[in-house]
Design a protein around this ligand. Structure first.
Ligand SMILES: Cc1cc2nc3c(=O)[nH]c(=O)nc-3n(C[C@H](O)[C@H](O)[C@H](O)COP(=O)(O)OP(=O)(O)OC[C@H]3O[C@@H](n4cnc5c(N)ncnc54)[C@H](O)[C@@H]3O)c2cc1C
Length: 284
């Protein structure tokens, strides 16, 4: 296996493409190669490209470089203030050793249905910047995940940044990861909600679900049940029902299809109530 340590984005792009795998933190790729799940001819190491490691406010959005780590998310005041679900997902993510290496781009590129950063990014309208020899294009994250562990990224493309819409003044949000133990657990289901409010009216809504289908996704019908409406009990119940109906999860050692689907509704209701400052509902 050939190993190339890229010293610039251009060099990484030149070395990427057929037979090559990019390595950032290596927390997915290295075990995959060691256990024979990924046969690569060439590894392109981008971990030293400091120009891809930033979190900034730009053009009314928050931009994260591909190499921003989960630890970087935890240490960012901007993320803590303007992207609380992403910050909370970083708190729940693995353990410090992994957080120090795991990157935002690596998390979405792995395209696991249970990728923990995906639901908060989806809820805040994330766009992915992809750079290749042909130039740069931007793809909404909701169009990025095509199928189980399959993305819309073309051969030779590098994720260079991810941007999200900040919560801003009228923003309300909540996040929850349902897991079978308190640390180092794969999500049973995870939910991120973001509401952009004008007083009591929901101007826009984002609801991201993880481990609820073959890919992380936005529960669009649930968002539609809130958008343009005064958000009260009935609207929250309608959104929760729509989220439950949108789910097409799997059975595995962690949970059954029925339990996961039910919890999509339960957790969306709970997170919307939490975001809106309502007390916990009597019914699940
Ligand atoms: C012990 C352990 C615990 C974990 N816990 C969690 C957890 O709690 N939650 C969770 O979601 N995940 C968890 N993971 C999975 C993993 O840590 C994350 O998905 C992490 O974000 C991957 O980032 P990375 O930089 O290490 O990716 P890498 O392993 O470097 O790469 C992953 C994939 O992305 C591609 N890639 C990386 N960067 C780019 C780029 N810029 N452009 C194009 N392609 C790129 C690689 O080619 C590879 O296919 C855990 C893993 C381990 C080993």
């Amino acid at each position: 296996m050939e190993y190339i340590r890229a010293s610039s984005v251009d060099e990484a792009i030149a070395a990427a493409g057929s037979g090559a795998a990019i390595v950032a933190g290596g927390t997915n790729l290295v075990p995959d190669v060691l256990f024979g799940r990924n046969a690569v001819e060439r590894v392109v190491d981008i971990s030293r490209l400091d120009e891809l490691r930033f979190i900034e406010s730009a053009g009314g959005r928050i931009r994260m470089g591909a190499l921003a780590t989960v630890t970087d998310l935890l240490g960012s005041d901007l993320i803590q203030r303007e992207a609380t679900p992403l910050h909370e997902s970083a708190v729940e993510f693995a353990a410090p050793l992994v957080r120090n290496r795991a990157t935002v781009a690596g998390n979405i590129m792995d395209a696991s249905p249970a990728a923990d950063l995906a639901p908060p990014l989806l809820a805040q309208d994330a766009d992915v910047e992809l750079t290749s020899a042909a130039g740069r294009r931007t793809l909404p994250l909701c169009e990025f995940f095509l199928d189980y562990r399959k993305t819309a990224v073309r051969s030779g493309e590098l994720v260079t940044a991810i941007s999200i819409r900040p919560l801003g003044e009228g923003g309300r949000a909540a996040y929850c990861k349902l897991q079978l133990r308190r640390a180092m657990a794969i999500s049973v289901v995870s939910v991120a909600v973001a509401l952009w409010m004008n007083e009591d009216t929901c101007v826009d809504a984002g609801i991201g679900l993880g481990a609820a289908a073959a890919v992380p996704y936005r529960a669009e019908a649930a968002e539609e049940a809130l958008r343009g409406r005064v958000v009260g009990e009935a609207e929250i119940d309608a959104a929760a029902d729509a989220a439950r109906e949108s789910a097409s999860p799997i059975d595995d050692v962690r949970a059954s299809v029925d339990y996961r689907r039910k919890m999509c509704g339960v957790l969306v209701r709970r997170m919307l109530r939490k975001a809106m400052g309502l007390p916990e509902a009597a019914r699940a």
